[in-house]
Design a binder for this molecule. Structure first.
Ligand code: FES
Length: 131
């Protein structure tokens, strides 16, 4: 059974236990696909294909080390990322995202990966914290 924010996976990783593949991400279907490339804090790249319209953090749940998240309502800022390539393929910033980015003091150009969806093509992001 999936846990919120990947808590079970985090605890297993901290204890040095094997981590199961995430089961909460949407499965690929026959619809349009996007490619997401996530560059971690240490420069390591991970990539995957996911259904178009997926949030960046939601799609990243299929990765071995997903983007960290910390809230259910897009207010904490934990999931912030920098769009490195393919910004034209990401949904526009909405009011909730703008408010959180401002409240959390995020620099211009950063996005909340739990709000930003990938509409088409390929998007490459820098994540500041991975699970
Ligand atoms: S998970 Fe909290 S703002 Fe995205």
């Amino acid at each position: 059974m999936p846990t919120p924010f990947g808590i079970r996976r985090r605890i297993k990783r901290l204890l040095g236990l094997p981590v199961d593949a995430p089961t909460t991400a949407p499965e690929a279907d026959a619809g349009p696909q996007i490619t997401l490339i996530v560059v971690g804090p240490n420069g390591q790249e991970q990539s995957l294909d996911a259904p178009a319209g997926s949030t960046i953090s939601g799609a990243s749940m299929k990765l071995q080390r997903p983007i960290s998240t910390g809230c259910p309502d897009s207010t904490c800022g934990t999931c912030h990322v920098e769009i490195l390539e393919g910004g034209e393929n990401v949904s526009p910033t909405d009011g909730r995202e703008r408010a959180t980015l401002k409240t959390q003091g995020m620099p211009d150009g950063q996005r909340l990966s739990c709000r930003a969806t990938v509409t088409s093509g390929t998007v490459k992001v820098r994540a500041f914290e991975l699970m």
